[in-house]
Write a protein of this length. Sequence first.
Length: 98
Amino acid sequence: MRKQIYKDLKKRILFHNLEIRKNILKYIIINNNNNNIHIKQKIQYKYCKYMLSAAKIKNRCLVSNRQHSVYRFFKLSRIKLKEFALQGLLYGVKKASW
């Protein structure tokens, strides 16, 4: 379980560090008016090296480390959210029928 947390954290840090470089290279590729094909190919090769999609980053529950059905605002899975809400540990959250 710790390995999954570490792997996800590593992907988040890598994506954050490479995002600016990737956007700069993308801008250069789109707005490149040079007719030199070799320069454009080198830039595109560098751009491909920085390809890390944000879709590969998973949201995980802070308590149970579950990756499915995690609410972004609380960073909790639906199961833990229900448990904490029924115990009254989450401020401003209550059962609708009460």
